[in-house]
Design a protein around this ligand. Sequence first.
Ligand SMILES: Cc1cc2nc3c(=O)[nH]c(=O)nc-3n(C[C@H](O)[C@H](O)[C@H](O)COP(=O)(O)O)c2cc1C
Length: 223
Amino acid sequence: MFSTDARDALYDIIRMRRDVRAEFSGDVISDDVLWRVLGAAHHAPSVGNTQPWDFIVVQDRQRLEQFAEHVAGCRQAFADSLPEDRKGTFGPIKVEGIVESGTGIVVTYDPERGGKHILGRHTIDESGLFSAVLAIQNLWLAATAEGLGVGWVSFYEEPFLADFVGASGPVRPIAWLCVGPVTALQEVPDLERFGWRTGRPLTDAVHRDTFVGTALEQDIAEA
Ligand SMILES: Cc1cc2nc3c(=O)[nH]c(=O)nc-3n(C[C@H](O)[C@H](O)[C@H](O)COP(=O)(O)O)c2cc1C
């Protein structure tokens, strides 16, 4: 169905995707590329085909600065909550590129989209939220394919961001995404580079039959 090159390109994009904070070039995403990555987001699967997301594009510099100021306060509050050794490790870690990216995309989730009888959500209410998160991942991968960086910012108070973008009622802002051209993508996640937390191997994450089952790799080796 797809050529080997196309398949390899997809895996490369998945592997190269990074959370970007410091590498935004200062250029602003063009409108046609912005619409392409939003189109990719809008193609995400969603429970009951509800498409419970909306995307609010923020490019006004004053508004970007205003949100960055709020985030700085939340970052400080987190730093203040840390024990001394972790405070030291956290110090140099940048947690956002709100102004430098030139574009913020706020993704919202509307739990009421689709009405009361949503096919697939009657036992797992969060499946609506999961759907909106999939839209974010689609956007992130499409942006990577376009040579852009994306940085997910969650250092904010939800009521502040809801008010900031005028999301009312049950509609929740679930992410602020910094999106823009980059000078380069780091090969190693920032949190690993700065010694905050390393990733774990896939073999630790895959199990046979139950959560506490043997690691699949070991299982295969012993067969
Ligand atoms: C739900 C979510 C919230 C995140 N919030 C932040 C954030 O506020 N600031 C930040 O710098 N990175 C944030 N990140 C990025 C993670 O730190 C990053 O994905 C992780 O360290 C792995 O790095 P990678 O995405 O480059 O592979 C967030 C990621 C997710 C999925």
